[in-house]
Design a protein around this ligand. Structure first.
Ligand code: GDP
Length: 449
């Protein structure tokens, strides 16, 4: 018998409505100790009533609902209180529930109970957290689809095929002389090749999708006065960074989320890359270098209307580690100096005027670097390190099993690899995942989920 837990599930802030969740065998009893209504409560129907303190004072006029039996989010009797979202009312309600015998829920405890009661598999539980944390439309779309079991549906046939294969291999190992139909290597290999392809494809799609689900870490760098802050503001569509004619005005890093050519960016405006004239600027330049080194995409801005300076020419040296770099010859409204076109010739160049606000050449360039072509955010993309690690280790084991079968090694070697692959694939969607893996998943949740 589980004890009865409760927690605020909406944000702890002043709001129109606040929802407190209650779950456990005595959920309805607990609710009825703090909530009075004129009519008896019906299963899954909102009832209007009064929230009362332990000494019978009315605290709020509010709604409540009960979910009897196992037809609830957590898979056990549950209830919800829908209060007015006043911090005073919320804290009085939580206090009343505690005094009435409930226990404040731990982080992620509702979803953990849903998992333990078989309402969600592990990937679906993670999808709950990811849906709430999603920062891009694509991430939300994928998490929502994963929440309804898309990853499990894709992997389950592969999991079952490998389990069958293991059973056959095990029979061959255990009863070599029996009349068991031998699992010929070609048939086993067919299964393994099929699973190998599925896992490779899943990892590859997930990698390509990361730009869209997490956002591309992007740094705007370049010499002072090239127009970095103007470009930053133009991408955001608002005035965020200060634009002046005085070189060296941006010293702190400014970070914002933005979308460019349909690609979500985690955008940082940096100080100009040059020999700094004072301490504050020197730190700014150092931060800019570090940011450029850590970025996946660097937008190197030059004043393309004039001859490149030594600062302009030196800038590419800071960028060698970024996955992609786009050289932007800015101020094209003042004409483009042919020498500017020769800076960093190995990188993609675009010519534009940040003050004009027309960023279409840059949008096209970014779109060409991060191609969503064919990617579907259908809940079968791996979205966290746990899933990626399980998938690539499953892939390693499948490949070892293939090698073992191909080189005619004893069957038990292939069997060990195939079993390991099955267990890692199962773990991906929560079958037989070790307790510490489960603990880690729910440790990332906050209270109320
Ligand atoms: P930063 O130091 O690289 O951040 O450069 P700013 O964005 O502060 O811009 C420096 C100066 O260049 C400002 O006076 C801007 O108005 C001007 N500027 C920026 N972009 C353009 C452009 O596309 N065309 C023209 N003509 N001036 C620009």
């Amino acid at each position: 018998m589980s004890d009865t837990i409760f927690a605020l599930s909406t944000a702890p802030a002043r709001s129109g409505v606040a929802v407190i969740r209650i779950s456990g065998n005595s959920a309805e009893d607990l609710l009825l100790r703090v909530f009075r209504s004129k009519h008896p409560m019906k299963n899954r129907e909102m009832t209007l009533g009064t929230l009362v303190s332990p000494d019978g004072r009315a605290l709020d006029r509010c709604l409540a609902v009960v979910f009897r039996g196992s037809a609830s989010y957590t898979g056990e009797p549950s209830a919800e209180l829908h209060l007015h979202g006043s911090p005073a009312v919320i804290s009085a309600a939580l206090d009343a529930l505690g005094r009435a015998g409930g226990r404040p829920a731990a982080a992620g405890e509702f979803t953990r109970r849903a998992f333990l009661n078989g309402k969600l598999d592990l990937a679906e539980a993670e999808a709950v957290g990811e849906l709430i944390a999603a920062e891009t439309r694509e991430a939300a779309e994928n998490a929502a689809a994963m929440l309804s079991g898309a990853l499990g549906r894709m992997l389950k046939p592969a999991y079952d095929a490998i389990i069958d294969l293991c059973a056959n291999l095990a029979a061959e190992v255990d009863y070599p002389d029996d009349d068991i139909e031998p699992l010929t290597a070609p048939r086993a290999l067919d299964t393994l090749f099929h699973v190998e392809h599925l896992l490779e494809n899943t990892l590859d799609r997930s990698d390509r999708a990361r730009a869209f689900t997490e956002g591309v870490r992007t740094a705007i760098v370049g010499a002072p006065n090239a127009g970095k802050s103007t470009l930053f503001n133009a991408i955001l569509g608002e005035r965020r960074a200060i634009v002046t004619d005085t070189p060296g005005t941006t010293r702190d890093l400014l970070r914002e989320r933005a979308t460019l050519g349909g690609v979500p960016l985690l955008l940082t405006d940096t100080a100009g890359l040059r020999d700094a004239e004072n301490e504050a600027e020197r730190i700014g330049v150092q931060l800019a270098r570090e940011e450029a080194a850590a970025a996946e995409l660097v937008l190197l801005v030059l004043d393309g209307s004039r001859e490149p300076t030594p600062d302009d020419c030196a800038a590419p040296e800071n960028l060698s580690t970024a996955a992609h770099t786009v050289v932007i010859l800015n101020k094209s409204d003042l004409g483009v100096n042919p020498k500017a076109r020769e800076v960093a010739p190995d990188f993609l160049h675009v010519e534009l005027s940040a003050t004009s606000g027309d960023l279409s050449p840059l949008e096209q360039a970014v779109r060409s670097l991060y191609d969503a072509g064919g990617l579907r955010f259908d809940g079968t993309l791996l979205t966290n390190a746990r899933q990626r690690a399980a998938c690539s280790s499953a892939l390693d084991s499948v490949r070892s099993a293939i090698d073992a079968l191909r080189s005619g090694l004893p069957t038990d070697l292939a069997l060990t690899d195939a079993e390991r692959a099955a267990s890692r694939i199962g773990e991906l969607f929560g079958r037989g995942a070790a307790e510490d893996v489960i603990d880690r998943v729910f440790a990332n949740f906050c209270v109320g989920k």
